[in-house]
Design a protein around this ligand. Structure first.
Ligand code: AP5
Length: 217
């Protein structure tokens, strides 16, 4: 049976960083709704144009659009063994749609690590984040700097700062998380699938906690 891991946590908690590492260590696909939207922005697709209006304000892209995009992504062959889901689901309607999709693919949400860190730490992490233009690899100017400033260690592409990482948008994204996504914490806890992860530790310690959780699950 396929394995699906949902990483929950506020903006800047480290979901993208850990999803990339976990996908590499487990061989599961890394499915990031934020990366998929950003790829559509870059390619100037219709979906990208619609998504930009929401992302620039720190709001969630509507459920129907997001669910369709993820359904299409999960039907790709590299997800046959499962996936690490980063940034999806983010609303109760998305969580319900995910269960339905996974039932069709012969899987279910196995474990939901909830990665948290104090608010001031989230803001500090986001304001120092640099992202690789080609593949979305994530760096931080202080906590995880690239070997050469402005250049991705992995594929040599240019690093950029995300448009939605401006202070006012970040504040809105954190608020939207508390209002619309935090209810999923209760939902998955009641289903017995939630595991709390202290995201305020160094990256390697967070990875170790996640891998130990996955082994137990
Ligand atoms: P998305 O791209 O998903 O952004 P997010 O959830 O706000 O999360 P971030 O990417 O900001 O943070 P992260 O937790 O991945 O942290 P990271 O690992 O990068 O979504 C963007 C937008 O797209 C949304 O606002 C919305 O508009 C739209 N969207 C996406 N999904 C949607 C959905 N399902 N429904 C509707 N709309 C959707 O780490 C942050 C920084 O900290 C990095 O610099 C990193 O190097 C550093 N760092 C990481 N871990 C550590 C550590 N342990 N110690 C020190 N530094 C660390």
């Amino acid at each position: 049976m396929a394995t699906f891991i949902v990483l929950l946590g506020p903006p800047g908690a480290g979901k993208g960083t850990q999803a990339e590492i976990l996908a590499e260590k487990t061989g599961l696909a890394h499915v990031s709704s934020g990366d998929l939207f950003r790829e559509n922005l870059k390619q100037r697709t219709e979906l990208g144009k619609i998504a930009r209006a929401y992302m620039d304000k720190g709001e969630l892209v509507p459920d129907d659009i997001t669910i369709r995009m993820i359904q299409e992504r999960l039907s790709k062959p590299d997800c046959a063994r499962g996936a690490v889901l980063d940034g999806f689901p983010r609303t109760p309607a998305q969580a319900e749609a995910l269960e339905t999709m996974l039932a069709v693919f012969g899987g279910r949400v196995d474990v939901v690590p909830h990665i948290t860190a104090p608010g001031a730490e989230l803001v500090q992490r986001i304001s120092g984040r640099w992202t690789c233009a080609a593949e979305g690899h994530i760096y931080h100017e202080k906590f995880n700097p690239p070997k050469q400033p402005g250049i991705c260690d992995i594929d040599g592409s240019a690093l950029y700062q995300r448009d939605d990482d401006r202070a006012d948008t970040v504040a809105r994204r954190i608020q939207v998380y508390s209002e619309q996504t935090a209810p999923l914490v209760k939902h998955y806890r009641e289903m017995g699938r939630l595991v709390e992860i202290d995201g305020a530790q160094p990256v390697e310690r967070v990875t170790a906690a996640l891998l130990s959780t996955l082994r137990k699950a």
